[in-house]
Design a protein around this ligand. Structure first.
Ligand code: EPS
Length: 388
């Protein structure tokens, strides 16, 4: 099984991810990890920070001559902005006086619950770690994970399905590769030119009025065999694990699969995906995919589709009412440099988070310590399905 931890603060020196349990013998192209980090930095509505950063991983362990060795993989991303924050983010107690404490919690952020829980009197001790800057490390992990499943024909794409009040159509005739290509060149990561213009206009309007915008992203995964995850125990259900991982992304308020909440409003006869059998391909088929590719916590073999709702960012340039944590007097929430809308980046983050969970389920099912061993197990299972 894979596991990983991230560490690092938004304005600290570095972000770190340690991935444990990766099998040996997998080709890892660091440029592909950096490519996803660059995708995360893009998007209409981002703030000034992204002009400072140039996110790239430094591999510290676990990869030798472009291949995994089976050892823990450590990936480090430098925060270029740290040079402007050295005194304020210093580990040295002598620098304490250099930093002005943040004392006005932003409604919607981790600020207030964090200082109460950890008994802190400077909100910066909370906001630095709560910041979505941490998703840089998670995107690096996801980009690594994608390369564990790529040899088995698994591909993923995250894209935007809505920003604020504007929904984007997703053309149903596009392959996953085409969808990835089209959304990649859109400043708001959509495949709908009309919606793109409306979204850009809404982001501009919010920027002017000091407001922020949320949205919905979708992650589509193709090439999964049936039977990843398991129905036998609650914590082995793959949709449950993916939902947990997605809910843990900063600002996420909802996750659904396939028809999701809509499934509650239709009859069973209108919802469930009827089953057929393709004798030539020797595989079971579905007439629809309302389940979003999971039944009983297992993949069905159809594309997996997760939808994720992100709330608008909680740092408002025209702040909401708050109360100072020291004086308890009414005060406006703190203004920190932030983004107006981070939904295009959120699509890349959600894609990475799902990639990790899928890779983990894959390694669990076809478990082995090397690419050769996993390939044997995978090929044997595919054969078993064909002969079923
Ligand atoms: C960032 C995410 C946001 C940005 C941050 C970079 O973090 P937060 O969740 O704290 O709003 O605002 O940039 C800054 C903190 C800054 O100083 O500009 C990211 O995704 O990299």
């Amino acid at each position: 099984m894979l596991r990983f931890l991230t560490a690092g603060e938004s304005h600290g020196p570095e972000l770190v991810a340690v991935i444990e349990g990766a099998p040996a013998g997998f080709d890892i192209d660091v440029a592909r990890i950096n490519h996803d980090l660059a995708r995360r930095q893009k998007g209409y509505g981002r703030g000034g920070r992204m002009a400072i950063e140039h996110d790239e991983v430094r591999v510290v362990s676990g990869i030798r001559f472009g291949r995994t060795t089976g050892s823990p993989v450590t990936l480090i991303v430098e925060n270029r902005d740290f040079k402007n924050w050295e005194k304020r983010m210093s580990a040295d107690p002598r620098d304490r006086g250099e930093a002005k404490a943040v004392t006005r919690p932003r409604p919607g952020h981790a600020d207030l619950a964090g200082v109460l829980k950890y008994n802190l009197d400077d909100i910066r001790d909370v906001l630095e770690r709560a910041s979505a800057r941490e998703t840089t490390a998670r995107v690096a992990v996801g980009a690594f994970a994608k390369q564990l499943v790529a040899p088995f024909g698994v591909s993923l794409v995250g894209y935007v399905a809505g920003i604020g009040a504007t929904e984007a159509r997703v053309p149903s005739d596009l392959t996953i590769d085409e969808l990835a290509r089209v959304t990649e060149v859109s400043p708001v990561r959509v495949a709908d030119a009309e919606a793109e213009q409306a979204m850009i206009a809404e982001i501009d309007e919010c920027k002017k009025s000091g407001d922020t915008l949320g949205g919905i992203v979708e992650v589509l995964v193709a090439g999964l065999p049936p039977g990843l995850g398991s129905h036998v125990q609650w914590d082995r259900k793959l949709d449950g694990r993916i939902a947990h991982a997605l809910m843990s992304v900063q600002a996420v308020k909802g996750v659904e699969f396939g028809m999701g909440f809509g499934a509650a409003r239709v009859r069973g006869s209108q919802l469930h995906d009827e089953i057929g059998y393709d004798s030539a391909a020797r595989r079971f088929t579905r007439h629809s995919n309302n389940s979003g590719g999971t039944e009983g916590g297992m993949t069905t073999g159809e594309p997996l589709l997760a939808r994720v709702a992100f709330k608008p960012l909680s740092t408002l340039m025209r702040p909401l009412k708050s109360a100072d944590i020291r004086s308890k007097a009414e005060a406006a929430g703190t203004i920190e440099r932030s983004d107006v809308c981070a939904i295009p980046a959120a699509a890349v983050i959600a894609e990475a988070v799902v990639a990790y969970e899928v890779a983990n389920a894959f390694i669990e099912k076809f478990g082995g310590d090397s690419l050769a061993e996993i390939t044997r197990n995978y090929t044997g299972y595919v054969e078993q399905l064909r002969n079923y």
